[in-house]
Design a protein around this ligand. Structure first.
Ligand code: ADP
Ligand code: F6P
Length: 476
C-alpha cells in the first residue's frame, strides 16, 4: 500500500530525472524547465507527495524521499514516451496552445496513448491521496487527469494549473478530441491559468463547445461549480537574490566578463532550445545590428544558452539546425580569430553558473513568440541587485503583464526587436536602476510561495463552494 498524503502534486516530470552516464552509471539530476523551478520550493515548504515520470523508460524506480518530498515515480514505456510525451503532448498540444507557431500534428494513436497514460497518473494519485486530500494536477500533459481522478475519488479537492498559454476558441477547436480534453479539465474544482485572457478563453470555450452556463469565472458542470482564474507563476525571489549576492557567484560573474574579453555590452539569452522562444529572431536582430554598424564585435558580444530539449521531436531537430546555422553565419561574417560575435552553449548549467551569467549580462533578451510566463525573465531581474541591467522582453510572454519596466517588443517585428535592443544598450545607468527597482519590488511580494498560496486558498474556497473571485494578477 502506497504512503498516503494530504497534499499531492501530479506533474509529468519529477523534480529529478534519472539519467544514465556514458559509463553506464544511473544518476539523478535536476529536471529541466520552469515547472520544476517553480514547484520544487513549494513542495519543499509544504511537504507531500510528487507523482511524476522519472525521465527513463521501462520500470519506474521505487518511491523515495527527497528534501522532505515523497517522490512517487510513474513508469513510461518507450512507445508511451514516443506517443504520449513526444507526440500528443509536444507535437500536438504544445504547438497548438502556442498560437500554432509550428503546425500541430494530429495522430489517433498518440491520443489513445495520452488517454492511457493520463489514466495511469490518475490511478497513482487516487492510491496516494489521503481522504479529502488536495491534489494539484499540473500542465498540458495531464489534462484528462482531473475528470479521471474525480471519477475514482470524488472526496478529493482537485486543482489544475496550466503552465503554458490556453488558446483562443478557434485554435482549440482544431483538436480532434477537444471535448474530452475540456471535460478532463472540468473535473477540477479550480482551473488556474497564467493570464486572465486564458481563463476567459476557457470559460467561453465551455459554453461554446459543451453548452455549459457560466457566471463570471464560474462554470456550472453536472450540478458542481468549476472556477477558472489567473495565477501568474513566479520564482523563489529571495533564493535567487541570495544566490546572486553570493561572493562566489559575483567572482564567477567577473570571470565570465573577463573570459568574454571585457566587452562594453554582454547580451544574454537563456532558453530551452524551443521554437516558441524566438531564439532565431533574436540572433537575426543581432546580426542585422552588426551589419548596420550599430553594434561592433568586441564592444558587444552575445551569449546564447540553449538547453537541450525534446530532442527526438522533429520540430526541435529542425530548429536546432536553423539556430546553429545562424550562429555559424554570424560568427563567419563578423567574428575574428579568438573573438566570436556569438557564444552558443547547448548545455545545462547549475543554478550558480546561471546566476553568474545573469549577474554578468548587461542586457537579457527574452523574445518568445508565445510563452505562458517565462521564469528566466524574472530570474534575471531578481539577480540584478543594485546594478541595473536591461531586460528586453516580448509582449507575448506572460511575464510582460507584470514586468512593465522592461524594454517591451513585438517579436514578430524585426525592426521593433532591434529598436528595443538598441534602447536597452544605450539606456542611462540611472534609468536602468530605476526600472529594475520597480520590477524587483514586485517580485519580492509576488514570488512562487505567494503564487502557490493564492492558488491553494482559491482551491480550498472553490471546493467548499465559498466565493472569493480567484485572481492573482497584478502588474508593476
Ligand atoms: P520553460 O518552462 O518553457 O522551460 P521558463 O523560462 O519558464 O521556460 O523556465 C526555464 C527554467 O529552466 C528557468 O528556471 C531556468 O533557470 C532554467 N534553465 C534554463 N536554461 C537552463 C540551463 N541551460 N541549465 C539549467 N537550467 C536552465
Ligand atoms: O511549462 C512548460 C514545460 O513544458 C513544463 O511542463 C516542463 O517541465 C518544461 O516545460 C520542460 O519541458 P519537458 O518536461 O518537456 O522537458
Amino acid at each position: 500500500m502506497a504512503e498516503r498524503s494530504s497534499f499531492v502534486v501530479v506533474a509529468n516530470r519529477l523534480p529529478v530525472d534519472e539519467i544514465t552516464t556514458p559509463d553506464g552509471e544511473r544518476q539523478w539530476r535536476t529536471s529541466p524547465g520552469g515547472l520544476v523551478t517553480a514547484l520544487h520550493p513549494v513542495l519543499t515548504e509544504h511537504g507531500g507527495t510528487w507523482i511524476g515520470w522519472a525521465g527513463g523508460t521501462g520500470e519506474a524506480p521505487e518511491p523515495f524521499d527527497l528534501e522532505g518530498i515523497h517522490i512517487h515515480p510513474v513508469p513510461l514505456s518507450a512507445d508511451e514516451l514516443e506517443r504520449y510525451y513526444e507526440g500528443q503532448s509536444n507535437a500536438t498540444i504544445w504547438p497548438l496552445y502556442h498560437d500554432a507557431v509550428e503546425t500541430p500534428v494530429y495522430k489517433r494513436r498518440w491520443r489513445e496513448t495520452y488517454r492511457l497514460v493520463n489514466q495511469r497518473f490518475a490511478q497513482a494519485a487516487a492510491e496516494v491521496a489521503a481522504d479529502g486530500a488536495t491534489v494539484w494536477v499540473q500542465d498540458y500533459q495531464l489534462q484528462l487527469v482531473p475528470a479521471m481522478l474525480r471519477e475514482l475519488r470524488p472526496d478529493l479537492k482537485i486543482g489544475f494549473f496550466l503552465h503554458i498559454p490556453f488558446p483562443p476558441i478557434e485554435l482549440f477547436m482544431q483538436m480532434p478530441f477537444r471535448a474530452e480534453v475540456l471535460r478532463g479539465l472540468l473535473g477540477s474544482d479550480l482551473v488556474g491559468f497564467q493570464q486572465r485572457l486564458a481563463a476567459q478563453n476557457f470559460v467561453r470555450l465551455a459554453r461554446h463547445l459543451l453548452g455549459l452556463r457560466y457566471e463570471g469565472q464560474s462554470i456550472q458542470v453536472d450540478g458542481r461549480k468549476v472556477k477558472a482564474g489567473a495565477f501568474p507563476i513566479s520564482i523563489d525571489t529571495k533564493e535567487m537574490e541570495r544566490l546572486a549576492a553570493d561572493p562566489k557567484v559575483q567572482a564567477r560573474a567577473k570571470e565570465i566578463r573577463a573570459e568574454l574579453g571585457d566587452p562594453k555590452t554582454i547580451i544574454l539569452g537563456v532558453d530551452r532550445l524551443d521554437y516558441t522562444k524566438g531564439i532565431e529572431l533574436r540572433l537575426k536582430a543581432f546580426r542585422e545590428l552588426l551589419s548596420d554598424g550599430k553594434l561592433k564585435v568586441g564592444d558587444a558580444v552575445m551569449v546564447q544558452v540553449a538547453t537541450p530539449s525534446r530532442e527526438r521531436v522533429e520540430h526541435y531537430q529542425s530548429l536546432r539546425v536553423k539556430v546553429e546555422r545562424e550562429v555559424g553565419r554570424i560568427n563567419g561574417e563578423f567574428g575574428r580569430v579568438g573573438v566570436p560575435a556569438v557564444h552558443y552553449l547547448h548545455q545545462s548549467y547549475s543554478k550558480q553558473e546561471l546566476a553568474a551569467m545573469y549577474v554578468a549580462a548587461d542586457v537579457m533578451m527574452v523574445t518568445p513568440l508565445r510563452d505562458g510566463m517565462n521564469l528566466v525573465a524574472k530570474e534575471y531581474v531578481a539577480c540584478r541587485g543594485d546594478t541595473g541591467g536591461a531586460l528586453v522582453l516580448s509582449e507575448f510572454a506572460g511575464a510582460a503583464t507584470e514586468m512593465r519596466q522592461s524594454f517591451l517588443c513585438n517579436p514578430h517585428d524585426p525592426d521593433g526587436v532591434k529598436d528595443a535592443l538598441m534602447r536597452a544598450v544605450a539606456a542611462e545607468p540611472a534609468e536602468l536602476k530605476r526600472r529594475m527597482r520597480v520590477m524587483q519590488r514586485h517580485l519580492r511580494t509576488h514570488d512562487v510561495a505567494q503564487w502557490a498560496r493564492t492558488f491553494l486558498d482559491a482551491l480550498e474556497a472553490a471546493a467548499e463552494g465559498r466565493d472569493p473571485e480567484p485572481d492573482g494578477v497584478q502588474s508593476t
